[in-house]
Design a protein around this ligand. Structure first.
Ligand code: ATP
Length: 477
């Protein structure tokens, strides 16, 4: 009998919930819309993604250094960056059911459904153009099906709160909507203390908050998320070369972590779609189960941000180029990637249901497997004693491996079922401890274990003494 092995969001969400990757936030209180908590496996995978980014963008990188800034910043930051004035999305309400929507997303969804092509990118539409498109095409409310919308107005996405004991305008602060501004305001601090010469970059990983009008698609669009951002400072005139360099570097990072090239496309912004300060922007888009969506934005932001902060703060943010004996404001290349979006992309990319045979009744035997790169997998290996009698010996190996890797231990149920459980959570290697490992009256111990590869299901015999080095090699990328 054929079973549906199609990859869907429902299957990914169910796997995440059932195996402890991602839970609905505040679930026992009925939840809080679009908040998600990361379970024991989810937190490992999330940390692995962040580690993989830090390793390539900071630790091993000849150009970049790291930084960790406060989430709350002086509100002048957001005046300078333009977020207070212009960080908004086009909002419209349905007059019938009072649901609220992003006008641009309504149009995009309509085009995805009908296959209609827009005459220009949606980001180049004015509010009036969006409204007349929606009216002309008679696009209806996705909730109630009627066509009766209010006019479009801009809705600021920044979360507001108060610092200190009085709740008044003077004490208003904002939760940062991106990590980048913390880097810009510290440009001089970092340059001075590291004595870096251009070009150099500053990387940061941290929480950002956006009061999105229509969050959704699981963890794709949420209001609280983490970003991994690099601001790369270079001499004006060299920026387009560095833009191409980082665009290629980012793509290579994804591919080196096993992302399939066919699920990735790099979309360059048309001149009319570009932000007014940007010379070039590329959206890395990934083919999620619900369609193509932005994963990573790489932009040439020129000298816009530093100039804005210099003008607003009155502080000198120029760089003195000793070789050329001249001062200038550096240009900036920014690759900005969301942790949760990359989590979802790696998960969707890795998810597979394979027909591995037929059961006794003739039904397809399907194995659900996450082909995650070992560097991203929550557990690097699982230690499985073939029999409960072997548990003490297996535990010894487990405890030894645990000192260096996240490793699982499972001695419950048949070995076949245990393999399947590990396949489903993406554990790349299952280490089976058997009677030969420890030996008995008739057979001498061989002090070796059987290691099963998740993807090929092939098995090799490896001496216990070589396990750590063998695993370390597999995790490298
Ligand atoms: N609400 C969100 N939830 C999760 N990740 C996000 C969210 N907003 C942005 N990101 C991540 O941060 C990256 C950089 O943010 P950027 O401001 O370029 O996004 P954006 O162009 O506003 O995204 P979108 O058009 O999807 O709203 C995005 O590519 C994405 O990976």
């Amino acid at each position: 009998m054929l079973k549906n092995t199609e990859k869907t969001m429902d299957k990914l969400v169910a796997l995440c919930k059932n195996r402890g990757f991602v839970f609905a936030g505040s679930e026992i209180y009925g939840g809080l819309a679009n908040t998600w908590d990361y379970g024991p496996l989810g937190v490992e995978m999330k940390n692995n993604i962040k580690r993989a980014w830090w390793k390539k963008f900071v630790q091993e990188n000849p150009y970049n250094v790291g930084l960790d800034c406060a989430i709350l910043m002086n509100p002048q930051t957001w005046v300078a960056s333009g977020h207070l004035g212009g960080f908004s999305d086009p909002l419209m309400d349905c007059r019938e059911c009072h649901e609220r929507f992003r006008a641009d997303k309504l149009i995009e969804d309509y085009c995805a459904k009908t296959g209609e092509e827009l005459p220009k990118p949606i980001d180049a539409f004015s509010q009036a153009e969006m409204k007349s498109f929606i009216d002309e095409k008679n696009i209806c409310c996705p909730t109630c099906g009627k066509h009766n919308f209010t006019d479009i107005r801009q809705f600021n996405l920044m979360f507001k709160t108060f610092q200190g004991v009085t709740e008044d305008a003077k004490n208003t602060v904002y939760l940062r909507p991106e990590t980048a501004q913390g880097i810009f305001v510290n440009f001089v601090n970092v340059q001075r203390t590291t004595r870096r010469k251009l070009p150099f970059g500053i990387g940061q990983i941290g929480k950002s908050f956006r009061n999105e009008i229509t969050p959704g698609n699981f963890i794709f669009r949420v209001r609280e998320f983490e970003q991994m951002e690099l601001e790369f400072f270079c001499e004006p005139g060299t920026d387009l070369e560095w833009f191409a360099y980082w665009r290629g570097f980012c793509k290579q990072w994804l591919l080196s972590l096993g992302m399939k090239e066919e699920n990735l496309r790099l979309r360059d912004h048309d001149p009319e779609e570009l932000c007014f300060y940007s010379k070039a922007t590329t959206d890395f888009e990934f083919l999620f189960p619900f369609g193509w969506g932005e994963l990573w934005g790489v932009a040439d932001r020129t000298d816009y941000d530093l100039t804005q902060h210099q003008n607003t703060s009155g502080k000198d943010l120029t760089y003195f180029d000793q070789e050329k004996n001249t001062r200038y404001i550096p240009y900036v290349i920014e690759p900005s990637l969301g942790v949760e979006r990359s989590f979802l992309a790696f998960l969707a990319d890795a998810y597979d249901e394979e027909v591995v045979g037929q059961d006794k009744r003739g039904n397809d035997d399907i194995r659900t497997v996450l082909h995650l790169h070992p560097a991203l997998a929550p557990y690097k290996a699982a230690v499985l004693p073939l029999s409960k009698k072997l548990s003490p010996a297996a535990e010894e190996i487990y405890h030894d491996l645990q000192k260096e890797f996240m490793v699982d231990f499972d001695d419950a149920g048949s070995i076949g079922k245990r393999y399947r459980r590990e396949d489903e959570i993406g554990t790349p290697y299952c280490i089976t401890v058997d009677f030969q490992t420890v030996g008995d009256e008739t057979t001498p111990a061989d002090h070796a274990v059987t290691v099963r590869d998740r993807d090929t299901m092939e098995q090799v015999r490896i001496p216990v003494s070589e396990l750590k080095a063998w695993l370390a090699e597999k995790l490298a990328f």
